[in-house]
Design a protein around this ligand. Structure first.
Ligand SMILES: Cc1cc2nc3c(=O)[nH]c(=O)nc-3n(C[C@H](O)[C@H](O)[C@H](O)COP(=O)(O)OP(=O)(O)OC[C@H]3O[C@@H](n4cnc5c(N)ncnc54)[C@H](O)[C@@H]3O)c2cc1C
Length: 464
């Protein structure tokens, strides 16, 4: 009895609980669905997924299997493939934090197949790390301590797959809707991506070979690109599992590598954000601290456009926005600086920034993005308080002391600035030589944000 394994952002054979279960159930049809709605909402992330498919397809072929790729509305495609193949079951990973599962059981059931949803191979199952009183953690450090004492399950090996008697048709790995939605063009981001399960494993090995006890210090310096693993996009599309990374990192630690404990701690932030998102699935739209939903943010508009287009006149912010537009990534420290500038100096709603990151990042992850934006805004559970306003220039002096990062993206003759000028849509009218003055004096912006915060805090206290 043929079954379908629906690869939902778990684009690998290793440590894939849904695939292992499917292989035990019968001959397997591996299926990927490219939904135009997803491509329109998250084009860079869609491109990143599409780029993972040739490697996945080759890995399946090496096993005597195939990858069936179908384009269209998720529910309609799923029902169609079940009918075309006569499959009796669909095995898939849970959709959160990227997609909702509501209604899927009805879709597969109506087409004649039972749906089995399997947990993602994160470090720990959602909601399993609890406080002594049995509630979820709201602060990272105690969450981390508890997680560190938990045994992290060993990764599962790739299963042997039996092919079905007949294969349903496949559309091939192209995702035209994502190409159209990429307003900077597919070819801009592609050279910055190394796709595929083998490439992700190779990146992990290379990182574990070079990581030292200076990881925690170096990871804050955007000019030191090799200081971190660069695995966020591979994790976001599921080319490698967090459990596999964890256990390989522990092996490296046993062999004497420094910095591993700090690295594991960073990795655990990802599980923490998933835990929070699981408990508050509207966290990407509503402030986790409910009182903040009454804060008077500025709406989207020309100031937000200047931020998106990397022309605020503030070096670290513009460099970061350009880096993201060209490569689909932005250094973590610079993400904090750029987000803080939007929220505090421009006082623009954090969701405006969250949405732009969700469109541009190849490592877009709904839970990580929401938790981090709320962290910067001060409205999340374990957040940096609103009155902590980053000074982007001081941050630049501290973390980019030689201006190497800023020069790469801002100096008109530098490679990064040239790439950005080519990538930017014509309507942005980017002149590489044009360096506008800061759109707001940094101290003035800070004072305005603090005054707004004080008046908000007074109103909130009075309302209680
Ligand atoms: C405003 C803002 C938005 C962000 N949006 C996203 C997003 O959409 N997707 C995303 O994956 N990360 C997001 N991050 C977190 C972080 O910037 C990236 O995960 C980071 O750049 C990863 O680079 P790396 O893989 O080289 O990190 P490494 O230092 O090698 O860390 C290893 C892994 O740990 C996890 N990790 C590290 N830092 C964080 C963090 N702060 N929060 C959650 N997980 C973390 C990531 O999975 C990362 O791949 C955001 C951060 C900020 C400040």
């Amino acid at each position: 009895m043929t079954v379908i394994c629906w690869f939902r952002r778990v684009l690998r054979l290793d440590d894939h609980p849904a695939l292992v279960a499917a292989a035990q159930d019968g001959p397997v049809i591996p299926l990927v669905i490219l939904d135009p709605a997803e491509a329109a909402a998250h084009p860079a992330s869609a491109q990143r997924q599409a780029m993972a498919l040739p490697a996945l397809s080759a890995a399946l072929q090496a096993q005597g299997s195939r990858l069936v790729v179908r384009r269209g509305d998720t529910a309609a495609v799923l029902a169609q493939v079940i009918r075309d193949s006569g499959a009796v079951a669909v095995h898939a990973s849970e959709g959160m934090p990227f997609a909702r599962d509501a209604g899927l059981e009805g879709v597969t059931g109506a087409a004649g197949a039972v749906l089995h949803l399997h947990p993602l191979a994160d470090l720990v199952p959602r909601g399993s790390v609890r406080t002594k009183t049995g509630t979820g953690f709201k602060v990272f450090t105690p969450f981390w301590r508890a997680l560190r004492q938990t045994g992290i399950a060993a990764p599962l090996s790739a299963p042997r797959l039996t092919p079905p008697d007949r294969w349903p048709a496949s559309d091939g790995p192209d995702w035209p809707e994502a190409r159209v939605a990429m307003n900077r063009g597919w070819d801009v981001v592609a050279p910055h991506i190394q796709a595929g399960e083998a490439a992700a494993n190779h990146r992990l090995d290379a990182f574990l070979d070079r990581v030292t006890s200076r990881y925690a210090e170096r990871r804050d310096r955007p000019a030191e690109g090799d200081a971190t693993s660069g695995l966020a996009d591979a994790l976001a599309v599921g080319e490698i599992s967090a459990r596999r990374i964890w256990h390989r990192a522990l092996d490296a630690q046993h062999h004497g590598s420094g910095g591993i404990e700090d690295f594991l701690r960073e990795l655990a932030w990802r599980d923490f954000s998933r835990d929070l998102f699981h408990a508050s699935p509207d966290m990407d739209r509503l402030c986790w601290r409910k009182e903040w939903n009454g804060f008077s943010w500025e709406p989207d508009g020309p100031a937000a456009d200047a931020w998106r287009q990397g022309r605020t006149g503030v070096g670290m912010v513009d460099a970061g926005m350009r880096e993201m537009f060209v490569t689909g990534r932005m250094h973590n420290r610079v993400r904090m600086i750029a987000a803080s500038f939007l929220i505090k100096h421009l006082m623009i709603d954090w969701r405006v920034g969250l949405d732009w990151f969700a469109r541009c990042l190849v490592d877009w992850d709904a839970a990580n993005n929401a938790m981090n934006w709320q962290w910067v805004a001060g409205c999340g559970p374990d957040a940096s308080p609103f009155f902590r306003v980053f000074n982007p220039d001081a941050q630049g002096t501290k973390f980019d002391p030689g201006h190497r990062y800023r020069n790469h993206w801002l100096d008109p003759d530098a490679e990064g600035a040239r790439q950005f000028a080519q990538a930017a849509p014509r309507s942005w009218r980017i002149d590489p030589a044009d360096r506008p003055p800061p759109m707001i004096a940094l101290d003035q912006g800070r004072q305005r944000a603090l005054a707004a915060y004080r008046s908000f805090a007074r109103r909130d206290a009075a309302a209680r």
